[in-house]
Design a protein around this ligand. Structure first.
Ligand code: URA
Length: 190
C-alpha cells in the first residue's frame, strides 16, 4: 500500500496490469475533495472520461452532479469520485471480472488513504464488486450496509436514469437517505 496520494496516483497512472492500458487515452484516477468523508465509486470511464482523464464528465456525470447538488454535495467541495476500473473498457462494455480484480487494489489503496465514512456505489457493477456480489440494484438501492466501520449505499447508475427518467425519483429518495446518514455520522461534510 502507498501511504500518500501523490505516490499512489503517480504509480497508478503508469499501470499496465491489464489490457485496458493498451486502448486508454487517459487513465482516470479520480477527482474531488480527497479530505472529504464521502467517496462515490462508479464502474469505469466512458468515452469522455477517457478523453479528459476525469470521472463522470459525460452526460451521466452531468446528471449525477445535478442530483448531488440537490443534497448540497459536489466534487469541488465535499465528495471524492472514482471508479472500480481506472481505464475505459472498449465500446463501454462492462469491465470483465479479471479487469476488476486486477484494478481493485488501486481503489483499496484510495480507500485506505482517504478513510471515507460513507462509500456510495454508483450502479450494479460497483455495488456487486464492493458491497455484495448478490446485490440486486433494483431492489437494494438506497439501503445501507456496514462493513469494517464504513457505511456503504448502492444507488442506480445515472446512465440508467438517462434511459429511464422515471427512475429519477428513486435516486432522489436514495440521496435523501444519504443526506440523513451524513447528518448522523459525518462531521465535516455540511
Ligand atoms: N460511468 C461510470 O461508471 N464512471 C464514469 O466515470 C463515467 C461513467
Amino acid at each position: 500500500m502507498f501511504e500518500n496520494w501523490e505516490e499512489l496516483e503517480s504509480n497508478c497512472l503508469k499501470c499496465t496490469k491489464c489490457k485496458l492500458c493498451e486502448t486508454r487515452t487517459n487513465l482516470v484516477f479520480g477527482y474531488g475533495n480527497k479530505n472529504s468523508e464521502i467517496m462515490f465509486v462508479g464502474e469505469g470511464p466512458g468515452e469522455r472520461e477517457d478523453a479528459m482523464g476525469m470521472p463522470f464528465v459525460g452526460r451521466s456525470g452531468k446528471l449525477l452532479d445535478a442530483m448531488l447538488s440537490e443534497i448540497n454535495l459536489s466534487r469541488e467541495k465535499n465528495i471524492y469520485i472514482c471508479n472500480i476500473v481506472k481505464c475505459r473498457p472498449p465500446q463501454n462494455r462492462d469491465p470483465l471480472p479479471e479487469e476488476q480484480d486486477l484494478c481493485i487494489n488501486w481503489l483499496r489503496n484510495q480507500v485506505y488513504i482517504m478513510k471515507p465514512k460513507i462509500i456510495v456505489s454508483v450502479g450494479r457493477i460497483s455495488a456487486m464488486k464492493i458491497i455484495d456480489p448478490n446485490i440486486k440494484i433494483t431492489k437494494d438501492h438506497g439501503k445501507f450496509y456496514v462493513k469494517k466501520n464504513t457505511v456503504f449505499m448502492p444507488t442506480i447508475h445515472p446512465a440508467s436514469l438517462l434511459r429511464n427518467p422515471s427512475q429519477k425519483e428513486l435516486v432522489r429518495q436514495d440521496f435523501l437517505n444519504l443526506q440523513q446518514k451524513i447528518l448522523e455520522i459525518c462531521e465535516r461534510t455540511y
